[in-house]
Design a protein around this ligand. Structure first.
Ligand code: G3H
Ligand code: 13P
Ligand code: ZN
Length: 305
C-alpha cells in the first residue's frame, strides 16, 4: 500500500519507534528491502536521491516502487535530499508521496522561502514534506570540532523554522554525516542537543547519516579486498537514544551499499567460472536483506505494519 509519511511518522514518534528510510538505485536493493519489510512486518520508506534519479531515471524508479507498494506493508515513495526545485516539482507531479527539500546549505531565509514554495506544491497533491536545518556534514568538512558544532541545528531556530514553514518533519544535524567515514576518533552524537530540539519541535524528527558501518559486514568486505579500514559509523546505542528522543525516520544508505558490495565481492572471488550476473549479485542481495532486517529490529519498526 502506497502512503504518505505524515501520519506514519507522527505515530512512530508518539510510540517511540522509527521508520527505516532506505535508499535505492536499482531493483536489487528494492527487492531486498521489500523482502525484509514483509518478513518483519515493518512500514518502509523507499527513498531515491537526485543521484539515483540521474542513474536510473525517475520513471523506472516510480514504476518499480509502485509494484513494491502492492505488497501488504505500508510503503512511502520519498525523494531524498531534493535540492533542484525542478526535480522536486516533477516528483510531486509524478506520484512520489513524500519529498525532502534540502535547503540546509542556503542562508536561513532562502531555506525558509524555498521550503514554503515546495510545501505549497506538495499540499495541492497531498504529498508530505521533510525539510532540513543545520549542516549534516563530516568533521573533515570543517577545520575544528568547534567549527563543526557551530553548524549543528540550533533548537530555537529549529522551532522558528518548523513554525514558519509548517513542514511535516524536520531533518536535524546532531553530529552524524553521510557516507562510511563519519568519525576520526570517538563517535560523538549530540543527544543533549536532540533532547533540546525535541522539547520544542513537536513534529517528527529525521536522522540522516545514520549508518553503523557494521563490523561483520565491514570485515567481510575487507576480507574480499575492500580498502575501507578507516570507515566508522554511528553506534547502535546512539540510534536507540535518538529514537527515544523524537527521531521517527532514520536514513540508511551506506550500510546497504557496503552489504551489497561485500556480497558481490565474495561471489566474484568464490565463483570465477560464473558469468551469470544473477548468481554474482545474489549474495549481495541476501546481505542487504539481512542488514535491512537488523535495522528494523534496532529501530523497533518491526511488527508495526
Ligand atoms: O544522502 C545521500 C544518500 O546516501 C544518497 O547518496 O547522492 O550518492 O545517491 P547519492
Ligand atoms: P548514510 O550515508 O549514513 O547511510 O546516510 C544516508 C542518508 O542520510 C540518506 O539521506
Ligand atoms: Zn541524508
Amino acid at each position: 500500500m502506497l502512503i504518505t509519511t505524515k501520519k506514519l511518522l507522527i505515530t512512530a514518534r508518539a510510540k517511540k519507534y522509527a521508520v527505516p528510510a532506505l535508499n535505492i538505485n536499482d531493483l536489487e536493493a528494492l527487492k531486498a528491502i521489500m523482502f525484509a519489510a514483509e518478513k518483519m512486518r515493518s512500514p518502509i520508506i523507499i527513498q531515491t536521491s537526485e543521484g539515483a534519479i540521474h542513474y536510473a531515471g525517475m520513471n523506472y524508479l516510480i514504476a518499480m516502487i509502485r509494484v513494491a507498494a502492492k505488497e501488504k506493508v505500508p510503503v512511502v515513495m520519498h525523494l531524498d535530499h531534493g535540492k533542484d526545485l525542478k526535480i522536486i516539482k516533477q516528483a510531486i507531479q509524478n506520484g512520489y508521496t513524500s519529498v525532502m527539500y534540502d535547503g540546509s546549505a542556503l542562508p536561513y531565509n532562502e531555506n525558509v522561502r524555498n521550503t514554503k514554495k515546495v510545501i505549497t506544491w506538495a499540499r495541492a497533491k497531498g504529498v508530505s514534506v521533510e525539510a532540513e536545518l543545520g549542516a549534516i556534514a563530516g568533521i573533515e568538512d570543517f577545520v575544528t570540532v568547534k567549527e563543526r558544532d557551530a553548524h549543528l541545528t540550533d533548537p530555537k531556530q529549529a522551532l522558528a523554522f518548523a513554525q514558519t514553514t509548517k513542514c511535516d518533519s524536520l531533518a536535524v544535524a546532531i553530529g552524524t554525516s553521510h557516507g562510511a567515514y563519519k568519525f576520526k576518533g570517538q563517535t560523538h552524537i549530540d543527544i543533549d542537543r536532540l533532547k533540546e530540539i525535541a522539547k520544542v519541535v513537536k513534529i517528527p524528527i529525521v536522522l540522516h547519516g545514520a549508518s553503523g558501518v557494521m563490523e561483520d559486514v565491514k570485515a567481510l568486505a575487507e576480507h574480499y579486498g575492500a580498502k575501507i579500514g578507516a570507515a566508522r559509523g554511528v553506534l547502535d546505542k546512539d540510534i536507540a537514544q535518538a529514537i527515544k528522543h523524537g527521531v521517527a525516520k532514520v536514513n540508511i544508505d551506506t550500510d546497504l551499499r557496503l552489504a551489497f558490495t561485500a556480497g558481490v565481492r565474495e561471489a566474484i572471488h568464490d565463483l570465477p567460472k560464473v558469468i551469470d550476473p544473477r548468481k554474482l549479485l545474489e549474495p549481495g542481495n541476501l546481505l542487504m536483506r539481512e542488514v535491512a532486517m537488523r535495522k528494523m529490529t534496532l529501530f523497533k519498526s518491526s511488527g508495526k505494519a
